[in-house]
Design a protein around this ligand. Structure first.
Ligand code: SF4
Ligand code: SF4
Length: 409
């Protein structure tokens, strides 16, 4: 996107620049906050992941490409010699600070993004996909103030028979942009290597996902969502290495569990430090045995399945990893989410589904009646909850979850 379209005042630009990178006070002490979950863990292999999210520092001498959502292909970034860094933000302090430039009634994720780009993880390029209207407008506003904003304009229809050529063209354009930007020659060798790295990450993630679903209590929700949040912040190969260590510890773990029911969590993403819902479900004795969230399952579950090892062939295949299976509510294709929910509930014999709807996000809320009616026909208990990053409704959420648990019992 071109910088400076001339319609934004100097005063507004200054406010934005101030929020982006200058005001470190808006963020809370991540170290202190991780301690309570670290203490509940009891797993040595979790130390690494709690350190990652407490420090929030990417140690690399390579260029860093910040991005949002699940439709930006990490493999193309890695093949270009850069490190992908997912910057989706759910820090309430950032959301509150973001209100200085974004109206209060806009979704808290967008507000938090605006103020959450801090000095220590400042990207060289920021890639914003057209996943929802908020992100589209965000790309336009930020590009007025900053260089190096790249906008990925993908059609929001996850039917590949209709759209695969458009997706491929969009990814090829991004590929050419990075080659030009970094003055690098990328060959199929670099692309294949990047796909191998992310496929190894997918492979260990699937093992953890399956183990968690099959053994009640093997890993609590804080640990699980801490490792998935850490996958945003560190190179894929580091994440794979440390998740393998953790997995081996889990295999030998003795479990004593007081969980009352095994549930599936769907809906809006959950990213550290927004663990309020997890605190309530854990306290109610509800084991999150599986999840269909874009921040965990959506980010890590699908591999790249290459059948044609040319540059073009690999890039086409990447669209089948990122866009075709999309469970993001911004895309047409709610059937994919519903199928994934039903498949997981039936495969792992789960007791019900909690759907988490982030307040002020219409697309998640619009899905609720459809999912509720399909699950009702299947006899799968369903609870939809609407909340935000604040703690004000904790009591009310506790009551609703407790009532749901009693109904299940
Ligand atoms: S649900 Fe969709 S828009 Fe929201 S963070 Fe995930 S991929 Fe992005
Ligand atoms: S929560 Fe909704 S409105 Fe906010 S960024 Fe995600 S999809 Fe867009």
């Amino acid at each position: 996107m071109k910088k400076g379209n001339g319609f934004i005042s100097e005063e507004y630009l200054d406010a934005m620049k101030y929020l982006w990178g200058k005001n470190k006070d808006i963020s809370f002490d991540y170290k202190k906050y991780t301690e309570k979950y670290r203490n509940l863990s009891g797993l040595k292999g979790m130390e690494f992941f709690y350190d990652v999210i407490a420090e929030r520092k990417l140690k690399t001498d390579k260029p860093v490409i910040g991005y949002f959502c699940n439709s930006v292909p990490e493999e193309i970034i890695m093949a270009a010699g850069a490190v992908p860094l997912r910057l989706c933000n759910q820090d309430i302090h950032c959301a509150e600070a973001g209100e200085e430039i974004i109206p209060g009634d806009i979704c808290p994720v967008i507000k938090a993004i605006c103020s959450g780009l801090q000095n220590d993880i400042k990207p060289d390029i920021l890639v914003i996909p057209a996943t929802c209207d908020g992100k589209v407008k965000l790309a336009e506003i930020l590009s007025s103030a900053f260089d190096n904003i790249y906008f990925i304009d993908i059609p929001r229809n996850s039917d590949y028979t209709e759209n695969i050529d458009l997706w491929e063209a969009t990814y090829l354009k991004f590929y050419e942009y990075l080659k030009e930007k970094f003055k690098v020659k990328i060959s199929r060798k670099e692309l294949l290597n990047a796909c191998k790295i992310t496929n190894e990450r997918t492979s260990i993630f699937r093992k953890i996902y399956k183990l968690r679903a099959e053994k009640t209590g093997i890993i609590n929700a804080f640990d699980y969502f801490t490792i998935t949040s850490a996958s945003f912040l560190i190179p894929a190969s580091d994440w794979t290495k440390h998740t393998e260590i953790l997995y081996n510890q889990l295999l030998n773990r003795e479990i004593k569990t007081n969980y009352r029911k095994n549930l599936l969590l769907a809906g809006s993403p959950i990213i550290f430090p927004n663990f309020k819902l997890l605190e309530i479900t854990e306290e109610a004795g509800c084991y999150i045995a599986a999840d269909i969230l874009c921040s965990s399952y959506g980010h890590l579950f699908d591999p790249v399945k290459i059948d044609e090892e040319t540059e073009k062939g690999i890039i086409r295949t990447l669209t089948l990893k990122y866009i075709a299976p999309s469970i993001c509510p911004c895309f047409l294709g709610i059937d994919k989410l519903i199928n994934a929910v039903i498949e997981n509930v039936e495969k792992y014999g789960l007791d019900g589904v909690i759907y988490y709807n982030l307040r002020l996000c219409n697309v998640f809320e619009l899905e609720i009646p459809v999912i509720r009616s399909v699950l009702k026909d299947k006899g799968i208990p369903f609870l939809a909850l609407k909340t935000d990053f604040s703690r004000e409704d904790t009591g009310q959420l506790k009551t609703r979850i407790e009532a749901f648990m009693e109904m299940l019992e």
